[in-house]
Design a protein around this ligand. Structure first.
Ligand SMILES: Nc1ncnc2c1ncn2[C@@H]1O[C@H](COP(=O)(O)OP(=O)(O)OP(=O)(O)O)[C@@H](O)[C@H]1O
Ligand SMILES: [Mg+2]
Length: 217
């Protein structure tokens, strides 16, 4: 089977500091990955590079079988790869407007966008927050809104940077419960997290960044 994303070699440096040098990096379609590693191992950097938010040296990049470039970042990647920041930034409009923003930016008709936003809000269990201001949300609600905002775009690859790090108890469980349905819907999900966050999602692959290399655990 063709991997969804494959990169022959991916190297990232900050000045003279080598963050990682990965060979034969591959992600399968519709699969969940957990990306662990110590503080500073390069988890966020790897997600940001894949999302086109940080430059890196890449050789042999293929997305859904097609050769593409990371620099300049290919339009197909921009459409199909979505990154969710650990502390999602939201516009100070309504929750619904935040979730619909990307659809509007892509030129989708208003009614169709509204329907998809409603569907995504139900999925994330935040429909009651439709008209709320993002600044009033709890941490768990904010994460679920951020996931809804990402899911509504139907990305092939969803990059989540520590989606549960600031959550505990029920809020954490609620966010974790959403992950399997993302892969069922066909998205590949990569979640950066710390070992204590390691979770018993079904069929999750464990990747670990260590000394600039990626290990499968
Ligand atoms: N913009 C930047 N400029 C220079 N160095 C950076 C920059 N961003 C990250 N780094 C360095 O790159 C390395 C990897 O950082 P990164 O944030 O990717 O680690 P991480 O695995 O996500 O860590 P954490 O678990 O703390 O989130 C660190 O040494 C960090 O200091
Ligand atoms: Mg990080």
């Amino acid at each position: 089977m063709n991997p969804m994303l494959s990169i022959d070699r991916l190297t990232k440096r900050y000045g003279g500091h080598l963050v990682f040098d990965l060979r034969a990096f591959e992600l399968e379609a519709a699969r969940a990955y957990v990306l662990t590693g110590m503080n500073g191992a390069g988890k966020s950097t790897l997600l940001r590079v894949l999302a086109g938010l940080a430059p890196a040296d890449a050789e042999g990049v293929r997305f859904a079988g097609e050769p593409v470039r990371l620099a300049p970042y290919a339009a197909a990647l921009r459409r199909d790869i979505v990154y969710v920041h650990q502390h999602p930034v939201m516009f100070s409009t309504s929750v619904a407007a935040n979730i619909g923003y990307g659809l509007k930016a892509r030129g989708m008709a208003r009614e169709e966008a509204a329907r998809l936003v409603d569907e995504a809000m139900r999925w994330a269990g935040v429909e009651h927050l439709h008209a709320s201001r993002p600044a009033t949300l709890s941490g768990g609600e904010k994460q679920r809104v951020a996931l809804a905002r990402a899911k509504v775009l139907h990305p092939r690859l969803l990059l989540l940077d520590e989606p549960t790090a600031s959550l505990d108890g029920e809020a954490r469980e609620q966010v974790l419960a959403l992950i399997p349905s993302l892969t069922l819907a066909g998205s590949t999900v990569v979640m950066a997290c710390h070992d204590r966050d390691l979770i018993n999602l079904p069929d999750v692959r464990r990747l670990k960044l260590r000394e600039g290399q990626l290990e499968e655990k």
